[in-house]
Design a protein around this ligand. Structure first.
Ligand code: AMP
Length: 125
């Protein structure tokens, strides 16, 4: 696994533990590539986290080191969640915090999927 600003992959992180079934999550969707579950501290009526099943630290690590098949599988999984929750009609936002400046808290690559209300400006100043 590539080294990056967050260091090597730490398999004690909370999402690794969720993937191993060591701690529970409110699962939304799962396939061979991804697990999607509700964020424990939701910022919108719909706030789902989509994570790859492979151990990548961040989006930067994932995009550098994942195979084309893994990258396609991940984004197909995100699409499946959006369809399952019927988010396209009202719209949704995808966000991925990668590294220090983005305040990434959990060092397992993930995408936040927000929906269910008018989501406002893209960034707070
Ligand atoms: P980030 O800052 O992008 O790393 O965001 C990490 C997200 O993980 C935050 O929105 C947390 O609320 C969420 N989170 C942390 N622990 C859990 C958990 N056990 N189950 C679900 N979401 C979690």
């Amino acid at each position: 696994m590539a080294v990056n600003a967050l260091g090597d992959y730490d398999d004690t992180n909370v999402f690794a533990r969720i993937l191993r079934g060591e701690i529970p999550c409110r699962k939304v969707y799962e396939d061979e590539s991804v697990l999607a579950f509700h964020d424990i501290n939701p910022q919108a009526p719909v706030h789902v986290l989509v994570i790859p099943k492979q151990p990548y630290v961040s989006m930067a690590d994932f995009l550098e080191s994942a195979s084309a098949e893994q990258i396609a599988g991940f984004w197909r999984g995100v699409g499946a969640v959006a369809r399952l929750l019927n988010l396209a009609p009202g719209g949704f936002r995808l966000l991925s915090n990668a590294g220090r400046d983005a305040h990434q808290e959990v060092p397992h690559m993930h995408v936040h999927l927000f929906a269910g209300r008018e989501l406002g400006a893209m960034l707070v100043a």
